[in-house]
Structure formats: C-alpha cells, structure tokens
Design a protein around this ligand. Sequence first.
Ligand code: 5GP
Length: 203
Amino acid sequence: MNVQKKKRGELIVLSGPSGVGKSTVIAELLSERSDIHFSVSFTTRSPRVGEADGVNYNFVTREEFERMIAGDELLEYAEYVGNYYGTSLKVIQEKLDKGIDVLLDIEVQGAAKVRQKCPEAVFIFIMPPSFEELSRRLHRRNTDSEEVIADRLTKAQQECRQIPQYDYLVVNDTVTAAAHEIIAILTAEGCRVKNRTHLIEGV
Ligand code: 5GP
C-alpha cells in the first residue's frame, strides 16, 4: 500500500455575489486549512481601504491587463462592473503540479470558463441568507456609491441564476458555519476514490 502524497492538487472554485462575505469566509477557511493556496487575482479596479497589492489582488492598469490577455497568460478573465478580473495561469499550474490545492475566488463568467477548461475542479457557490441581507452588507461596507451598490445587487440576482451549474451551495449565514461547510466539502472531495488513486497503486 502506497501512502505518498497525492500527485496533483485540486482546483477549488468559489463564486458568490459581491458583498456576500466571501473574503471573510475564505480568511476563516485558510486559517484552518493553511495547506490550500489562495490564488491572488489580477484586477484593474482600485484598491479598497485596507486592501494590499499582492495580498488581496494584484492591482494593475488596463493596459497591463490587456497585455496579459494578449499574451495568453490568464486561465480565465471577466469584466465585472466596469473592471477586469483574471487568474494567472502560470502560478496555479505550478501549485497544482506540486500537489497543492488551489482556491479561486471568481465570479460566474470566469467560473464558466474554468468549467470548460478544468471540468474536474470543485465548484462551490456561496449565497447570502437573503437579498435584503446582501443589500445591508453592501451598505455596511461603506466603500461603494449607491449606483455601484445597485449594479452589484442586480448582478447578484443574475449570478444566483447560475447556481444549478455548481456542485455545492453554501449559505453564508454565519462565517464560521459557512467555512466549516466548505471544509467538509473539501474533506469529502479529498476522499473520492479518483482523488486517492495514489493510495491504491499496486494493491
Ligand atoms: P470585488 O470587486 O468585490 O473584490 O470582486 C468582484 C467580483 O470579482 C467578485 O465576485 C469576485 O469573486 C470576482 N473576482 C475576483 N477575482 C477574480 C478573477 O480572477 N476572475 C474572475 N472571473 N472574477 C474574479
């Protein structure tokens, strides 16, 4: 019986409306699962208060982003409420090849592209307990204008229509419960026989 580490990491795609609390849930998840690599996306949006370059996002200009698109450097990208967001292919490829699990926090158009390119990835959608609660959370964040908040709420409704395309649905009622549900999903995924073939080689 072979008990070596798995050969390839798992790609985990997390989507959910802006303001649903994904970043907080992800922070909680990573504090308990420090073996997961969080993919820091590239974006043309401006940093919010408290956000740091290279930590929350790699903040780049539109010209730089368009150069990356032209150079085929992105696994996926999308335009969301007037800004580009995208995932670097090189970084995640290196991690997956080393057997490290990689977490992507991306919106639904990007997730659809990943689904085409990497159908074996795990797709998880986080939804708010209600749209009223989502609106409260977006206002409480105090970072966006009324117009941007209205755009994000409309977008949230459109995004929720894509939920049937996902493998798992988590409701972010409390951060701890949502993070624990995701950990349970990842534990179960890790136990799938297809993800444990390294344990049965030669059996
Ligand atoms: P925010 O501006 O609130 O940080 O992010 C807006 C949306 O962009 C969120 O739904 C977030 O999941 C998504 N997003 C962040 N990074 C990426 C990325 O690399 N690709 C795509 N397609 N969406 C992303």
